[in-house]
Design a protein. Sequence first.
Length: 186
Amino acid sequence: MARKSDRTVAGVSEAAVKAKTGRSWKDWFALLDKAGAKKMPHKEIASMLAKKHKCPSWWSQTITVGYERARGLRAMYQHADGFTANISKTVAAPLRDLYEAWEDAALRESWLGKHALTIRKATARKRMRITWSDGKTSVDAHFLAKGRRRSLVAVEHSRLANARAVAGSKALWSQALQQMKSQLER
């Protein structure tokens, strides 16, 4: 069983938050409760932490998210613009082949199916910004070489409606990326 001091909030340990900010999660939560943060929007809480308490930007955001989750103001996977699903896959294939499997519409259809997506912006072998077939949600794909014959794609499907949509997106991407992996590793 984990000790109380070993707990994590928003993916960050008690020890890390205290080492980097000088306060524990409990201390931050008490401070935010006293400041009336339960009734503040996310940006206002983060701004207050940065300005009034000299908390660095990344830590202001992390503490704000942790507070919102702990107080029931934010659900898991929830962001300001909706919910986000993340998934990644490492394949035994060079980065150029992985990127081509995404860039080439016919290759992409062979593992993803017939989703009418639009690539809005792409940086070759690094990143793609995509409008998903529903026209409302967005997909960011990041590509990384992990050696000459290994590469990784990390997918972030954002602006989803709710946690159920996150589960559906994770299932779809898990299956699609496994299919892509199978094809690339032949």
